[in-house]
Design a protein around this ligand. Structure first.
Ligand code: UDX
Length: 442
């Protein structure tokens, strides 16, 4: 079976490489010529563990990349994996998706049967709209939302918890059979397949992300209370999680969620409720708590020092979560901006080299890595980063921090104080090294 994947961002690239690993002939299509060239040379444009190895294994064998839509003429299945960013009003912007659909229309002949699969996160009703746009064409449209977590996306692709497939008409077995043969490996592993209609499949994606985001905002709000009353939110989460009805996942309080999905999907769900004349009471609160969380944490730092002007901080973590170079909606970047705004000097570090490079590029840092007009330095070494600082701020939940030499760090800093925005450090160990410790709700 021949497969095309349109859009080679996180979702599309992993889909293309993953299906190549399953043995399909895959063509990845992207409008970005530089990216396509890079991919055909086996170079991965984004950092994701294990992805480049798989790309190298299949490139120019059963996997190629191109800017041309011609290849879709030979494809049985076409995956749409283009970005659906947030527009000015908070809605999902479907321009890239609809323009890809237009290109499909211009390329395929009306009689050739194709299965068009929408993997991009799209508001409820979009699959129906795409089918309307393709009326007169011999196509079936399938909704197949993705649930990949950045940083472990390759693992997630090969070990999904469920495969969600939405169809126009469940009586039409042809596209169902084709999709089951695409994911035959998961069938063999007895991974649950949720076969449903378009609208349900589309809503499953938003419901899953918004629920996890709500769990986070819930614990983050309680962390503020915990802080005030002298409770320990980590123990609260642990004890709550022992109840299997609650579960212990996504209950780590911190400085809020970021990334390319949660903030955007929560906002898009709010819009979908509003567009249907339903007041989004709970989801709106989830979003608000998240927006406030980083401000609350910043205030905590500010209250400690009084004046931040001229103070030097080590910000440990730049991306929105561990093991990624993705800075989108990164709370670390929000915090850096707030610190710089108050005249502080920031030394930033992340274990992922590409996250450091992306930060340098984003702030347009010069060779000395200092931002003109501000005081931001991005360093390659954690120990260099903490040297002579007035405080250490943890912004990404790396367990690796606990394996660092805290005695050495304690000798290097100017003032022994830590603000742990992810509650990730071993407090006993940190305190033994002479540090004052401030977490989130503990
Ligand atoms: C998310 C979903 O998990 C995935 O299923 C979906 O398809 C894409 O969106 P991702 O954006 O990669 O994945 O990040 P995720 O691991 O879910 O974390 C999101 C944010 O929540 C991060 O900023 C993380 O730091 C934060 N988080 C997560 C917490 O603050 N506490 C936790 O307990 C877990």
């Amino acid at each position: 079976m021949k497969v095309s994947v349109i859009g080679t961002g996180y979702v599309g690239l992993i889909q293309a490489v993953g299906l190549a690993e399953f043995g399909f002939n895959v063509v990845g299509i992207d409008i970005d010529e530089t990216k396509v060239k890079q991919l055909n040379e086996g170079k991965c444009p984004l950092y994701e563990e294990g992805l480049e190895e798989l790309l190298k294994k299949h490139i120019n064998k059963n996997l190629t990349f191109t800017t041309s839509y011609e290849s879709i003429k030979d494809s049985d299945v076409i995956f749409l994996c283009v970005g659906t960013p947030q527009d000015r009003d908070g809605n999902a912007d479907l321009r890239f998706l609809f323009s890809a659909v237009e290109k499909i229309k211009e390329t395929i002949s009306k009689d050739d049967y194709k299965v068009i699969v929408i993997k991009s996160t799209v508001p409820v009703g979009t699959n129906r709209k795409v089918k309307e746009l393709l009326s007169g064409y011999n196509v079936d449209v399938v909704s197949n939302p993705e649930f990949l977590r950045e940083g472990i996306a390759v693992y997630d692709f090969f070990n999904p918890e469920r495969i969600v497939l939405g169809f126009e008409n469940l009586g039409n077995k042809k596209p169902i059979k084709i999709m089951e043969s695409i994911y035959y490996c998961f069938k063999e592993k007895n991974i649950p397949f949720v076969i449903t209609n378009w609208e349900t499949a589309e809503l499953i994606k938003y419901a899953s992300n918004a629920f996890l985001a709500t769990k986070l905002s819930f614990i983050n709000e309680l962390a503020k209370l915990s802080d005030k009353v002298g409770a320990d939110i980590k123990t609260v989460s642990y004890a709550m999680g022992l109840d299997p009805r609650i579960g212990n996942k996504f209950l780590n309080a911190g400085i809020g969620y970021g990334g390319s999905c949660f903030p955007k999907d929560v906002k898009a769900l709010i819009k979908q409720l509003e567009n249907n004349n339903i007041e989004p009471i709970l989801i709106k609160a989830t979003d608000k708590v998240n927006e406030e969380q980083i401000k609350w944490f910043f205030k905590k730092i500010k209250n400690y020092y009084g004046d931040l002007n001229g103070k030097v901080f080590a910000v440990l973590g730049l991306a929105f979560k561990p093991n990624t170079d993705d800075l989108r909606e990164s709370r670390a970047i929000n915090l850096i901006d707030m610190l710089l705004e108050e005249g502080a000097i920031v030394k930033g570090f992340d274990y992922v080299k590409k996250a450091r490079e992306n930060t340098i590029n984003m702030y347009k840092l010069d060779k000395t890595r200092a931002f003109y007009g501000y005081n931001l330095y991005i360093l390659d070494d954690l120990y260099e980063t903490v040297k002579d600082v007035d405080g250490i701020i943890i912004t990404v939940e790396y367990d690796r921090f606990n394996k660092e030499d805290w005695e050495r760090i304690s000798d290097l800093v100017k003032e022994k104080v830590i603000f742990d925005g992810r509650n990730v450090l071993d407090v006993e160990k940190i305190k033994k090294s002479g540090f004052k410790y401030y977490g989130v709700g503990r």
